[in-house]
Design a protein around this ligand. Structure first.
Ligand code: GDP
Ligand code: IMO
Ligand code: MG
Length: 420
């Protein structure tokens, strides 16, 4: 059996949480392989709305095992808050959730370091989510990190050594650490909460599950354009968000990857700083933000909005080996007169269709224009109801991207999902 991977093809917030929840009935295991509480995955069903940060989006469907994999970075305090909110709403987790002992811990001082590094960047801030993601992955790579498995033996000693080192760095940045004791208190309560769960060698668990014909879905966080290697560096996150990240973040071999579901919005958004060639600063962008309710699920920041970027999308499809596409938030464009799609970049007078090294301000998008469908699609149940101009948009995209669009989402609810 092979593991399927679902991941974002843009700058995150494509709607991964919703679709993982929709696909979960087809799987036995749902796993997260990278990122941490910088993610905010929204699910809506039966009139309720949930935002997941570290817990996989398969958690609401009974009888499934959800795994936080080794590639994830975990903040104990935020994890506890997430667990409590879910349990309070009647969703028991103890039986459904397992955590890799090799997942790295986001320490309270990582959060402070994130803030210190950002403030030292002056006008070139990345606009991180402030959750300590960069400093935690930095410690992992420089072999200074602490892992979930470390909480089981002599943890206080290891914690002290790590945070003493961080405090020295924070001193160099003259960073005010007065909030630390309070954050630490919550965080250590979080560590106790973590101990309630089964801490496992998830690479063995997942590979054994595959061997015994169990179906595994890997849920990406962030998006391909935020990948540490291939995203719009340095305005990226600190993990490999691409399909290869599922191999390192779960311990599964490349040949054990099956379907790769690539998910994108019918337009494009980005939160935080960094280049965004198709960004709109006009009334149209404002309309996308308003209709699509484009505000960060983690930070509440308004998301930057723009037209779909096929140069970036083709790049993402190539990097991930996408086998099926999923188009989200089509309904947000329901009222638009004209739909635009960026088919090339113009740089110094030359047209490019291959994603370049740098997409700085000088990139001018070249657009194809299609007529809007001007129809409310939010209550549609099947492809047969799609308006003609919407079908034309899908066909145009499939021709450009050379991958079939198998799912179309027409609203935030689980039920507003159309399979093709
Ligand atoms: P994720 O991080 O990829 O899981 O995406 P987010 O949850 O951060 O952002 C997606 C937002 O769009 C959430 O508020 C979803 O409830 C919402 N959403 C998902 N699919 C659709 C859709 O098809 N139409 C509309 N209007 N909203 C959607
Ligand atoms: P989901 O999984 C959108 C962005 C931040 C910032 C950059 C680096 O919900 O799609 P970080 O805190 O990771 O060091 O921030 O990455 N970012 C996201 N943008 N969706 C996300 O996750 C994101 N996670 C991080 O805004 O620009
Ligand atoms: Mg999100």
């Amino acid at each position: 059996m092979k593991a399927d991977v679902l991941l974002g093809l843009q700058w995150g917030d494509e709607g991964k949480g919703k679709i993982v929840d929709v696909l979960t009935p087809n799987y036995d295991l749902v796993t997260r392989f990278q990122g941490g509480p910088n993610a905010g995955h929204t699910l809506e069903f039966e009139g309720k709305k949930f935002v997941l940060r570290s817990i996989p989006s398969g958690i609401f469907q009974g009888g499934k095992v959800n795994i936080i994999g080794n590639g994830v970075v975990l903040d104990a305090a935020l994890f506890k808050a997430e667990v409590e909110a879910l349990e309070k709403s009647g969703h028991p987790l103890t039986e459904r959730l397992k955590i890799s002992k090799k997942a790295h811990l986001i320490l309270p001082t990582h959060r402070l370091l994130d803030a210190a590094y950002e403030s030292a960047k002056g006008t070139s801030k990345i606009g991180t989510t402030g959750k300590g993601i960069g400093p935690t992955y930095t410690d992992k790579i420089s072999r200074n990190g602490l892992r979930v498995g470390d909480i089981l033996h002599n943890f206080d000693e290891k914690y002290k050594a790590a945070t003493d080192r961080h405090k020295e760095i924070l001193k160099q940045y003259s960073f005010d650490c007065s909030s630390l004791p309070e954050i630490e208190k919550e965080w250590f309560e979080g560590i106790e909460c973590l101990k309630r769960f089964e801490l496992i060698d998830s690479e063995h668990f997942i590979n054994n599950s595959l061997k015994s014909e169990k179906k595994v879905l890997a849920e990406g966080a962030q998006g391909t354009m935020l990948d540490i290697d291939f995203g719009s560096y340095p305005f990226v996150t600190s993990s490999n968000t691409i399909c290869a990240g599922a191999c390192t973040g779960l311990g599964i071999a490349p040949r054990s990857i099956g379907e790769v579901f690539g998910i994108f919005k019918a337009y494009c958004t980005r939160v935080g700083s960094g280049p965004f060639p198709t960004e709109l600063f006009d009334e149209t962008g404002e309309q996308m933000r308003k209709i699509g309710f484009e505000f960060g699920s983690v930070t509440g920041r308004p998301r930057r909005c723009g037209w779909i970027d096929l140069v970036a999308l083709k790049y993402a499809i190539m990097l991930n080996g996408v086998t099926q596409l999923i188009m989200m938030k089509s309904d947000v464009l329901d009222s638009f007169e004209t739909i635009k799609a960026c088919v090339a970049y113009k740089i110094d007078g030359k047209e490019l269709t291959e994603f370049p090294f740098d997409i700085a301000e000088s990139v001018e998008p070249v657009y194809a224009e299609l007529p809007g469908w001007k129809t409310d699609m939010t209550k549609m149940q099947s492809e047969a109801e799609f308006p003609e101009n919407f079908n034309a948009y899908i066909q145009f995209l499939e021709k450009e991207l050379q991958v079939p669009i198998k799912i179309v989402s027409v609203g935030p609810d689980r039920a507003q999902t159309i399979l093709r």
